[in-house]
Ligand binder design. Structure first.
Ligand SMILES: [Zn+2]
Length: 98
């Protein structure tokens, strides 16, 4: 595992190229880049700690903050959403697709 990565840069160096939705001391939620052909927003919630062995608490913090933002966006645009987990990375993260 490397010391730093693109996701570390996201919050350490504020390399945020999309919209920042929400941030806590442990988790950051940004708009993810859309897949080609998809016009609905995608969100990504990232555990700030650089680890591939997150605790259960950390996993729940990621999901909790993502759901908070997803519920808000969902009521604004009137679309349901689906969460998906990415375990195999240097930062535990979840995606949300509307
Ligand atoms: Zn990292």
């Amino acid at each position: 595992m490397t010391e730093t990565c693109k996701l570390c840069e996201l919050y350490e160096q504020r390399k945020i190229f999309t919209r920042l939705y929400e941030e806590s001391d442990k988790v950051i939620v940004i708009q993810a880049f859309n897949k080609a052909g998809s016009k609905n927003p995608r969100l990504m919630a990232v555990l700030k700690r650089h680890t591939n062995t997150p605790t259960e608490d950390e996993k729940q913090m990621v999901e909790g903050l993502l759901k908070t933002v997803a519920d808000r966006v969902s009521s604004q645009i009137g679309l349901n959403y689906e969460l998906s987990v990415r375990e195999s990375a240097d930062h535990y993260h979840q995606h949300c697709q509307f």
